[in-house]
Design a protein around this ligand. Structure first.
Ligand code: SF4
Length: 374
């Protein structure tokens, strides 16, 4: 198999890992597009603003781990291959110099050991940074169980790193893998990265992200949201991503394979988690304000903000000419932009007399009228 063919296979295998700033509508697969040579390219926010496309690939699809949700786990009959660090660097630079991609997301299955794999990833990163003097975006995957030295070496070369947490609790994590240890291989390195990338720390420019797999173990949305909240507030992660479990890829022993969320509902569950995440990151909701159903999951029937409003009827209607920012942000249909518009209008001595004062009333603004007075 030549290097181009390997890259096509490995880039295709990388599609389930969404723990990077790629994809606009919350990283749904349908937003990626085919690039040159049939490669998948991923829309991503560019640090300078706007969007461009990212080449996302594995260095190897060989793996010694047994993650039961992943079709690349050891023992599966899959066509596997490995690129040399120099090959991946050369292929990427080829696309980069033609202006076809703006950055690289580089992950890998686990070859031999976590640190052996980290050496290969770091080798590719070194070649890019030193031989090609590449200064652009480079997202490196941290392999679970990597040593502190390998993690620090990755931080010295990368623009962003991610280590996927996958599950919100040690017990749900144990259902997913017997070869990875939750505390030692996942939680401890995330804490180390968080310390090293803290503002004032040696690698403060490097972003850290992670991903949960949704619906594979017996985890509830409440557990995922609580864990994500901790990752944001205590460990200052830049983003937490959610990836709906792909049943076709999984092992029959997984709870998500036998029951739990119906396969057709998994994308909706993932979407609701992104909405809850948005409420926490952009609207200042606390984790215990997110409304869950009796089974610990988010309602699939309505978005979490709408559910919050239904459960707090005493807080509505809200007077748009008196309410503060916290109250306005809780109105279903209002986002931060609309709330800023209301507050700017009031600050300038104006009043909101009808919903049209806030812009052309689309579905979202019309929805808000049920919760407000003027
Ligand atoms: S480490 Fe786990 S998720 Fe990653 S490729 Fe190997 S089996 Fe798949």
């Amino acid at each position: 198999m030549d290097a181009h063919e390997k890259l096509r296979l490995l880039a295709d295998e990388a599609r389930y890992d969404i723990s990077c700033a790629c994809g606009r509508k919350e990283n749904r697969d349908d937003h990626r597009r085919r690039g040159p040579g049939g490669l998948w390219l991923y829309p991503a926010s560019v640090p300078r603003g706007g969007t461009s496309v990212l080449l996302k690939t594995l260095l190897s699809s060989v793996c010694t781990n047994d993650c039961r949700y992943c079709h690349l786990r050891a023992g599966q009959d899959v066509r596997r291959c490995t690129l040399d660090p120099s090959e991946v660097a050369r292929l990427f630079m080829n696309y980069y110099e033609q202006g076809k991609v703006f950055g690289l997301f580089l992950s890998s299955g686990v070859l031999r050991s976590p640190d052996y794999t980290m050496d290969r990833l770091l080798g590719a990163a070194h070649i890019l940074r030193r031989r090609y003097a590449y200064r652009g975006y480079l997202h490196l995957k941290i392999i679970p169980g990597a040593s502190d030295a390998a993690i620090e070496a990755a931080l010295a070369l990368a623009s962003a790193v991610s280590l996927n947490v996958e599950a919100p609790t040690p017990s749900s994590f144990r259902l997913l893998s017997s070869t990875k240890r939750y505390e030692e291989d996942i939680v401890r390195p995330i804490r180390l990265i968080s310390r090293l990338t803290a503002s004032g720390g040696p690698y403060a420019r490097v972003k850290q992200t992670t991903q949960f797999v949704v619906g594979a173990a017996e985890e509830t949305d409440a557990q995922i949201v609580e864990a994500a909240f901790r990752l944001y507030r205590r460990w200052r992660l830049n983003r937490v991503y959610f990836s709906a479990y792909q049943r076709g890829a999984g092992d029959a022993s997984l709870p998500g394979q036998r029951g739990g969320t119906r396969p057709e509902d998994l994308p909706a569950r993932e979407h609701r988690l992104y909405q809850a995440d948005w409420l926490i990151r952009k609207y200042g909701f606390e984790a215990d304000e997110i409304p869950f159903e009796a089974d610990g999951n988010l309602s699939l029937a309505a978005d979490p903000k709408e559910m919050w409003a239904r459960r707090h009827p005493g807080r509505f209607p809200i007077n748009l000419n008196k309410a503060d920012r916290w109250e306005l942000l809780r109105v279903p249909g209002f986002g931060p932009v609309t709330v800023r518009r209301i507050l700017d209008l009031r600050r300038g001595g104006g009043r909101v007399r009808r919903i049209e004062d806030l812009g052309r009333p689309g579905r979202r603004l019309r929805e808000a009228t049920a919760y407000v007075t003027f």
